[in-house]
Design a binder for this molecule. Structure first.
Ligand SMILES: [Zn+2]
Length: 194
């Protein structure tokens, strides 16, 4: 494992988006090959922990009657119901004890893809003087894309962990298009093996 691939500073944080059972293969909204990101994410967790830098893990955390569910006229099968097994972080993901958990989309009426929307994430980052976010997780073409777009529009520098994202790809090519869009917005791509 290379640990010197980028110079980290005390203004950096790791943000892991929605690595929950329901978004992994076999889950209610499983992402193809979503489990493949866990190993690289664990490497990033090791690196950030080693440097004493903060780690944030976001999670979809829905009420049982969430408006995004098909039973309520929404787009998705029921998923990530607060407190359910499907909403738990992947057990193989080695989140440190001092991880900061950010729950999102907890209000029945509104669905949100960005970890900044309706949460205190921005405030927590500002309080710690964080200026650059290293972002990975699920899915490239939904919650990662929207989280990254909000981070950039709020003035954070963003590094896209390209080996630690996977796309839903409901339309073929969505994931690649999302990556291109994030880079166009200003995200800097990075991968451990690169
Ligand atoms: Zn959701």
């Amino acid at each position: 494992m290379k640990t010197n691939i980028f110079p980290l500073t005390h203004k950096d944080a790791l943000v892991i988006v929605d690595v929950q059972n329901d978004f992994l293969p076999g889950g209610h909204l499983g992402v193809p090959a979503g489990n493949e990101i866990i190993s690289p994410l664990n490497c990033y967790i090791d690196i950030f922990t080693h440097h004493g830098l903060p780690i944030f893990a976001t999670r979809d955390w829905h009420p049982t009657n969430h408006s995004s569910f098909q039973s309520q006229g929404g787009l998705w099968p029921a998923h990530c119901i607060a407190g359910s097994t499907g909403a738990e972080f992947a057990s193989a993901l080695k989140l440190p004890q001092n991880v900061t958990i950010v729950s999102k989309a907890m209000v029945t009426e509104s669905d949100v893809y960005s970890a900044f929307e309706g949460t205190t994430l921005a405030n927590q980052l500002h309080a710690r003087r964080i200026e650059r976010l290293f972002i990975g997780g699920l899915e490239t073409d939904h919650c990662v894309l929207n989280t990254m777009a909000d981070a950039l529009s709020q003035g954070f520098h963003v590094v896209l962990l390209q080996d630690a994202v996977r796309a839903a790809n409901f339309q073929q090519g969505d994931g690649q298009a999302a990556i291109a869009e994030m880079i166009r917005y200003g995200a800097q791509p990075l991968q451990l093996a690169g």
